[in-house]
Design a protein around this ligand. Structure first.
Ligand SMILES: O=C[C@H](O)[C@@H](O)CC(=O)C(=O)O
Ligand SMILES: [Zn+2]
Length: 278
């Protein structure tokens, strides 16, 4: 498993484009027939992907975790961004259509990922987001349409978007993980405006449904001196607690957001008016 150590905002001015990409961008989240995992020391989040590609994929443990099984001291949010899939947790089967979310609590020993049927056109792609856990919360599935929906932004400012909260204080409960996804309406390109930081939590965005010839310019860094990452479809960005995280696409797109850290208050954000960002 790739390890990425935590960074300090004072390092940012010395980083060139590639340095930023190496530290904050995950270019290959999905590899057919594999479970990928990146261990970031930002809040000890592990993020990755499971793409069964017609077969069965078992969530392995990784030596870096020094645990008997992956979820021995961890919890995990799973969000399917591909075609219909199935996740089996200790023998219980969960049907996961596109954009369904499964919370898997601490203590689950065997997690298996597969497609829903043998001959589907588009395979399932499970995005994985895990953080250390101090208690066992029940494993729970939430289907598209069942989360808490918030309509945000305005067509006039090109940021009309629908945000769905799945794992959060008013939905599936967890120790640390807060997770959901945001879909930009057609003609809207800006996410997370006005932009914010939350020094209490690390947040990761997995951008998807970006057309092949389009990109998202993801803005990061301290609000007083921003930088950017050019992001393609199904790539993830790690935002340390001190980093702004917002972006604009050359076309509409969708992204999974997920957080872990000090608290779970979704609205605990320090907003930074665009007139003050540099
Ligand atoms: O802390 C919260 C996260 O940055 C996202 O949920 C914001 C987002 O999806 C949006 O405004 O579109
Ligand atoms: Zn945020």
């Amino acid at each position: 498993m790739e390890q990425r150590y935590a960074t300090n905002p004072e390092q940012i001015p010395g980083f060139d484009t590639q340095d930023l990409r190496d530290r904050y961008l995950v270019e290959k989240v999905f590899i057919p027939g594999e479970v990928t995992a990146i261990y970031t020391h930002q809040d000890r989040i592990v993020l990755g992907g499971a793409e069964p590609a017609g077969g069965e994929l078992v969530l392995p443990t990784f030596d870096e975790l020094r645990s008997d099984f992956f979820l021995q001291r961890r919890e995990m949010g799973v969000l399917n961004i591909g075609g219909d899939g199935v996740v089996t947790v200790d023998g219980t089967t969960y049907q996961m259509p596109s954009t369904a979310c499964l919370y898997i609590g601490r203590g689950a020993r065997e997690v298996v990922f597969s497609d829903a049927t043998a001959e589907q056109e588009r395979g399932a792609q499970f995005y994985l987001f895990s953080a250390p856990a101090h208690a066992d919360y029940p494993t729970m599935l939430v289907l598209p349409g069942e989360g808490t929906v918030r309509e945000l932004g305005d067509q006039k400012t090109s940021n009309r978007r629908t945000l769905t909260q799945y794992i959060h204080e008013g939905g599936i409960r967890s120790c640390q993980v807060v997770m959901g996804f945001t879909r930009l309406h057609e003609g809207s390109m800006w996410n997370t405006m006005p932009a914010h930081t939350h020094d209490r939590r690390t947040e990761c965005y997995l951008y998807f449904d970006i057309p092949e010839d389009a990109r998202v310019f993801h803005i990061m860094g301290e609000p007083e001196r921003t930088r950017h990452l050019v992001v393609a479809d199904r790539q993830a960005v790690i935002s340390p607690s001190w980093s702004l995280h917002c972006g604009v696409g050359t076309a509409a797109y969708t992204f999974v957001w997920a957080m872990a850290g000090e608290n779970q208050f979704f609205d605990d954000m320090d907003t930074h008016p665009v007139t003050e960002i540099r």
